[in-house]
Design a protein around this ligand. Structure first.
Ligand SMILES: Nc1nc2c(ncn2[C@@H]2O[C@H](COP(=O)(O)OP(=O)(O)O)[C@@H](O)[C@H]2O)c(=O)[nH]1
Ligand SMILES: [Mg+2]
Length: 479
């Protein structure tokens, strides 16, 4: 049998667990949850917190989170009141909404928020035995969960672009495909106001208002998501300061700096302040602390919205991915210093809308959509994985006979329908469909009511792969 001479020696021998007392007192891990609006962040965090708080009573909800599956969880509690910098995530309100009759989905939120769960657990193996001597057996992990809009990550490319470059890129984009129609009014306005006309406060503000309205229409009416600047769509707590009143203009090729006193120069000045005060500040003050992140993507919603919207979500997802590639971006390293996002999970959400055999296809589609496979080879970047999940499983799997063939379906209760129905969704493709492959809609799926939920943290909430996702993201900190 292994003879343990003294705590100090063994701790040294263990290497990474150098301070057992520290482990007993508790360490902190930040988990940021992001994704474009409606991707499922609020529902994800609500279900995650509720299932953690319920895990002691009903370990069967989270078996693949090893600390629960191994029976090492001692307690999970919401942290007490503190002098927090960020607004609280409204967990209690959300659970109440989902648990009432008829059940509803939580209110959309538009700003960054935070919630903490203290997890007491018995570490696995030898460390657990040792810790038993210093703290009665349990360690504490303070899990701090942050909800922030993925739209903010779409601004990273701005940091390496001049105003003239950015404007040219935006103009190209807005003149193409389904963007051209909603952009017509804005393009008309700036045709009347070239970058070299004399700067005017009123014209700049008018351009800004029109451009902002365009971004919102593109999002809400056309299902588009690759929209810059991200804060124009999701301003959060940002006050409507004058430096925000800019917009892209039709800057001719070859022009880089705009003549002093011109409308273009005024826009350029504001654009530069935005980059520094808003974009850079977010990475420096917040992003750099979030060592673990999950990016939620409504892949299914994008498929349903058709070819151009899907392509747009693909572009946005690739742009978001750039925030996790330090190897490529000096600017990112400059902003976040030695801080690193260690693990990132890209998750296709709302998997309860499709039957089980389709869910692997969904993960493959997610992987192929954002060119994720090539990343595994890049040692310098965050560790990246892909999955498919449902934070709140609102359906059950079933089968149905269609034209003499058994097909997989999901069974759920569409909102306001009052009764259950079966849905056959069709096939989820594993690759982004080719342009000529978009003839008929792929899937026809309603919005389902959440299942019956107990608001007390006892039974938890049915989900798909939530425990697996959490094990990937923070499992190493709960051993
Ligand atoms: N059936 C089902 N619907 C979901 C799930 N997650 C999100 N939704 C739906 O998607 C909507 C938007 O989710 P929400 O979390 O508010 O998105 P956010 O804008 O990213 O915070 C919700 O109102 C639900 O209708 C899920 O796991 N299952
Ligand atoms: Mg939300």
């Amino acid at each position: 049998m292994l003879k343990i001479p003294g705590l100090g020696d063994v701790a040294e021998w263990l290497g990474d667990v150098s301070d057992l007392t520290e482990l007993a007192k508790g360490s902190t891990v930040w988990l940021a949850v992001t994704g474009l609006s409606r991707a499922g962040k609020t529902v994800f965090i609500t279900s995650l917190v509720h299932n953690l708080l319920s895990a002691l009573h009903n370990p069967n909800r989270m078996p693949l989170l090893k600390v629960v599956g191994d029976g090492r969880l001692v307690a999970a509690r919401l942290e007490g009141a503190k002098a927090h910098l960020l607004p609280r995530f409204p967990y209690a309100d959300n659970i109440e909404t989902m648990a009432r009759t008829p059940a509803g989905w939580p209110q959309p939120t538009a700003d960054i928020s935070e919630i903490g769960v203290d997890i007491r657990f018995v570490p696995a193996g030898l460390v657990g035995d040792l810790l038993g001597r210093v703290s009665g057996g349990a360690a504490t992990l303070k899990l701090r969960i942050v909800d922030y809009p993925g739209e903010w990550l779409l601004d990273l490319p701005l940091l390496t672009q001049s105003y003239a470059e950015w404007s040219r890129g935006m103009m190209q984009l807005w003149r193409r495909g389904i963007r051209a129609e909603p952009a017509r009014e804005y393009l008309g306005f700036i045709a009347e106001h070239p970058p070299l006309e004399t700067a005017s406060e009123a014209v700049a503000k008018q351009a800004h208002d029109l451009y902002r309205a365009l971004l919102v229409t593109a999002r809400d009416k056309h299902g588009l998501s690759y929209l810059q600047p991200g804060r124009f769509v999701r301003p959060g707590a940002l006050a409507d300061a004058p430096y925000l009143w800019f917009a892209p203009l039709d800057v001719p090729d070859g022009v880089d700096r705009l003549a002093p006193g011109s409308l273009g120069a005024l826009m350029e000045e504001r654009y530069e302040v935005y980059k520094k005060e808003v974009v850079g500040a977010f990475y420096q003050n917040y992003f750099r602390n979030y060592g673990r992140q999950i990016v939620l993507v409504d892949v299914l919603g994008a498929l349903l919205a058709g070819r151009e919207a899907f392509e747009d979500t693909r572009l946005a997802t690739e742009a978001i991915l750039e925030s996790f590639r330090y190897g490529r971006h000096n600017i990112l390293s400059k902003l976040i210093g030695s801080a690193r996002v260690e693990k990132v999970l890209f998750a296709a959400t709302k998997a309860d809308h499709i039957p089980d055999p389709q869910r692997d296809n969904m993960s493959e589609l997610m992987r192929n959509m954002a060119a994720l496979p090539v990343l595994e080879a890049r040692g310098n970047d965050a560790d990246i994985e892909v999955t498919t999940l449902a934070s709140v499983a609102s359906t059950v799997d079933g089968t149905q006979e269609i034209d003499g063939k058994r097909v997989d379906v999901v069974i759920g209760r569409p909102v306001r329908a009052g009764k259950q129905a079966k849905f056959f969704g069709g096939e989820v493709p594993i690759r982004p469909p080719r342009p000529d492959g978009w003839g008929a809609p792929f899937l026809e799926i309603p919005t389902f009511e959440p299942p019956l939920i107990d608001p007390a943290p006892v039974d938890g909430i049915p989900h798909i792969n939530l425990d697996l996702a959490l094990e990937y993201l923070i499992g190493d900190r709960l051993r």
